[in-house]
Design a protein around this ligand. Sequence first.
Ligand SMILES: [Fe+2]
Ligand SMILES: [Fe+2]
Length: 172
Amino acid sequence: MLYLRAAFPRERWTEPLPETAAFWLDMHAGFRAQQVQMAEAAARWRSGGLDPRGLHVALLPTLQAFLQHLDGHHRVESGHYFPHFRLIEPRIQTGLDLLDRDHDAIHAHLDALYHSAVAFHQAIAGQSADASDHAHRLTDVLDRAAPSLIRHLDDEEDIVIPLMVLKGDPTG
Ligand SMILES: [Fe+2]
Ligand SMILES: [Fe+2]
């Protein structure tokens, strides 16, 4: 699956890229930055630097944006770009199958994050005594989601960026 990356290795990604490829990398950079920001909020909560209400302020707006954008991003990839890539580069079917499966697996994490975030939000809004338990649960779910999210961004880039460079911008 890495023949595309071998043909256009990451060291060369600083060269001017097709517009869609550059946009794709920007989107992924945004997801990585949000993930780091959320992990930092979780770490501050665990070290006692934030109380549950402070965690709510530091984490929930970013998490909400992250969930919405990532879900939309995956829909466009699986629904629009990947079918197009399958046609223009039949050799990469197994790679795209893997990325589609990643989307399903990550969707389960996003779902768990959403439900934990809602429970935490309701506990804060209701000034519930178990807000702290919900905060621990949410930050644990965040931890569990992180490795597959980050790995997927890397794996996907290894396939789609060289593919667009070698085969042309799919929107061009
Ligand atoms: Fe993806
Ligand atoms: Fe992506």
